[in-house]
Every structure is written in C-alpha cells, then in structure tokens.
Design a protein around this ligand. Structure first.
Ligand code: V47
Ligand code: SF4
Length: 377
C-alpha cells in the first residue's frame, strides 16, 4: 500500500496546483471528473499525486484484493487481412506460409490438453483470416462447449467479429446472437487501440472504427454478455486522445453496465512498422493506470496484463489503481513476445501468481471471468 485514505486527503490538501486540488477534492467527494480534468491529470499530475488518488479509489472499491484467473489462450491464426502498423504478430495473407492457421481439431487438441486441470477460461483471439468465417468459428464454439460445457469462452475482438459478420451478411445484433448461442460467453478487450479517428487513421486505418467497435460491445451487453476494453497507449497519441478513448467507454458503460475490466496496453516496439517510436517510460505507464482508475469511475476493475508489462512492473501497478493481473496463461500467447516483451514464455502457476501478489502486501483472489470469487489466498 502506498497511500491510505488519510494520505490521500493530506496529499490533496497540500498540493500546490489549484486544478489538481479541485480534481483531487472531486475524487474524495466521489464526484465524476470531466474530460478536461482527465487531460489536466496527465499534464500536471505527479506520479506520487496520481498514485495516491488512484490507490485511494482502488482501496475504496476493492481493499487489498487482487484478482487473477486460471486461463489459457488459443490463437487460431496469425494470418491477417489487416495491416495495423503496431502489429508484430500478423503475417499478411499474401505471405501466409510464414504464419500459422489451426484447424478445429488442432484447437480442440489444445482444449483437451487442459482436461482435468482447474482452468476456468479459454481466451480466443487472433488475426483475421479470410477463410475462417462465422460457420468455422461457431463450429469451434460448439465443439468446445460439447467437450467442456463449464469452460467460459471469452473470445474474438470486434475486428474479427465485424469481418465475420460482414462476410456472412448478418447484422451485428444477429451475428452476436448466433455466436452467443453457439457458446461465446464474453468478449475480450482487444482491437480498441485508440478510438479517435486522427490516430486510428495513422495506425490501423483498415479495420473496424470506434463506432463499429462500440456497437459490437453494446450488442453483446444487450444479450447479457460482459466484456473488457483495452487501450493501446504510448505511441503517437496525445493525452486528449487517451481521455477521448476512455470517455467513449465511460459513456457506453453508463448506458449498458456491461464492461468488467479496462486494460491499458503499453505499445511495444519490436519488429513492427512503428519500431522507430520509443516505448513509454515506467513512470508514464503507472500514470496511465492511475488516470484510468480515476477517469473510469463506472468500471469495476482495472487490469495490468503481466505478459506485456513484465512481472515486477505488474507488481508496481497494484499501487497505481490496478486490482487484477489476468491469468496463469500457460505460455499460450505470442502477441507480446513477438512485440518485444521481456516475458518470452509467459507462464505462471497459481503459486507463483499468489506469491507475486503477496510480496506487495495485497490479497490474492482467484476469480472466474465474471469476477465470482473462487478462492481467497
Ligand atoms: O488489440 C498488438 C495489442 C491487443 C501490440 O480482454 C499490442 O482480458 C502492444 O486485447 N504492443 C490484443 N500491444 C490483446 C488483448 C488482450 C490481452 C489480454 C487480455 C485481454 C482481455 C485482452 O494486443 C490488440 C492490440 O491492442 N497489441 N500489437 C504491440 N506491438
Ligand atoms: Fe491483424 Fe490484429 Fe495484427 Fe491488426 S493487430 S494486423 S487486426 S492481428
């Protein structure tokens, strides 16, 4: 813990800048902060100030509890029709011999390799392969549910879903109903990047836009499904673009209440078309987590994705508003190792995750995807 409630009150009372004091008082009085307030926090907030406020909010909401889950990933393909400039992972369709594409049987072999193991979630996300269509994925979802009905399937970003639905010529609502009925339980947060068109045009011009992304999550929420949201930060975006991104999410959350978790994703610069851009500092990373905790007052959880940040930095986030560090993962994702993360083979067993959390004096809680508590350590 870096700050208790009294620490937060003291730090707000003593801050010299009038704007920061006004915003700090809003936080202490549980008032929502405005768009401009969010930008000011990035512009003027010191690491210590933002950390104290974010930790105050985190402890009000969750005390010391820090959630994790037991999950594994399936990445059906890294062949992709799109060409996001930050992506180190995809192989364009024209060079698909450099990529992988898994059959339903191969993916079921992965699922079966977890038989008898206490995983609660499979996370399915990958590139957009033109031959992997709605029928292919609904067959996959049905096969997983037939084999292990209680396994929660969190899968597909709006980038993949938008492409599937268009090719199948179904509306977003119809497509979400079909995938949900086939077994899709919730949506992960990917594909959001930075919503603002000024940035989206430069980093991922050809995939689903902000309105399309939000439409798909809204349709999922209307079916009673939950979902996550990410933000890819630390490249060419401004502070206002980050707040714009969070603001669009906060607005949809006011309407539907369907988001569980917000996950800031630090841009990693290895082997992609944006490698010339320096990665953000650890100070900036912590500020992003803290401002997210302060701005997204209607999001229950803020998650640090340890395979991307590294284990020690993930520990640090727990003092900057974060209350979830994702899952055991079991070396089943390549997205971050290919983009330059220090975690080249991301696996932690439950004991290691529990130790990581306990080392920084928080209480590890194993959860399922919907944050039902399974075990408090
Ligand atoms: O949308 C791609 C990101 C995302 C890079 O919902 C990169 O629980 C950094 O969304 N540097 C996919 N990031 C992963 C994702 C995710 C991960 C963990 C948990 C959840 C969840 C969702 O990965 C993409 C993109 O924003 N990404 N390349 C890169 N070079
Ligand atoms: Fe394709 Fe996703 Fe990579 Fe973009 S980030 S190129 S949509 S795999």
């Amino acid at each position: 813990m870096i700050a208790t409630m009294n620490d937060a009150e003291a730090i707000v009372a003593n801050v010299k800048d009038a704007d920061l004091q006004r915003i700090g008082n809003k936080m202490l009085n549980k008032e929502r902060i405005s768009f401009d307030d969010g930008v000011i926090l990035f512009e003027k907030g010191s690491l210590a100030y933002l950390g104290a406020l974010a930790n105050y909010v985190r402890e009000k909401k969750h005390g010391d509890k820090t959630y994790f889950n037991r999950n594994f990933h399936i990445e059906p393909t890294n062949v992709c029709v799109f060409s996001c400039k930050f992506c180190s992972y995809s192989r364009v369709y024209a060079h698909k011999e450099e990529g992988w594409e898994l059959s339903i049987d191969q993916m079921m072999d992965i699922v079966k390799s977890y038989d008898g193991k206490p995983v609660t979630e499979v996370h399915i996300v990958g590139g957009v392969h033109p031959k992997m269509n709605l029928v292919f994925f609904t067959d996959l979802l049905k096969a997983i549910k037939a084999h292990r009905p209680e396994l929660h399937i969190k899968g597909f970003t709006p980038v993949e879903l938008d492409y599937m639905f268009r090719k199948a010529k179904v509306s977003v609502e119809e497509g979400m109903r079909i995938t949900h009925e086939a077994g899709l339980d919730s949506l992960p947060g990917g594909g959001a990047e930075i919503f603002h068109p000024e940035i989206r045009k430069q980093i991922c011009d050809d995939k689903v836009d902000a309105e399309g992304w939000l439409h798909i999550h809204k349709a999922a929420h209307e079916l009673g499904m939950h979902s996550n949201a990410t933000m890819l930060y630390g490249h060419i975006e401004s502070f206002a673009h980050r707040i714009d991104h969070m603001d669009r999410l906060r607005t949809l959350q006011d309407e539907t209440g369907g988001f569980n978790t917000f996950i800031p994703l630090k841009f990693r610069n290895k082997d992609n078309d944006m490698s010339h851009i320096a990665e953000s500092t650890i100070v900036e990373d912590m500020k992003v987590y803290a401002v997210a905790r302060l701005y997204l007052d209607n999001f229950p959880h803020i998650k640090a994705y340890w395979p991307m940040l590294g284990r020690k930095n993930a520990q640090l986030t727990l003092s900057f508003g974060v209350n979830d560090i994702d899952g055991t993962i079991d070396d089943t994702t390549k997205i971050y190792s290919m983009a330059g993360s220090e975690e080249q083979s991301p696996t932690m067993n439950t004991e290691q995750l529990v130790t990581l959390i306990k080392q920084v004096k928080r209480v590890p809680v194993e959860r399922d995807t919907l944050y039902n508590e399974i075990n408090v350590f």
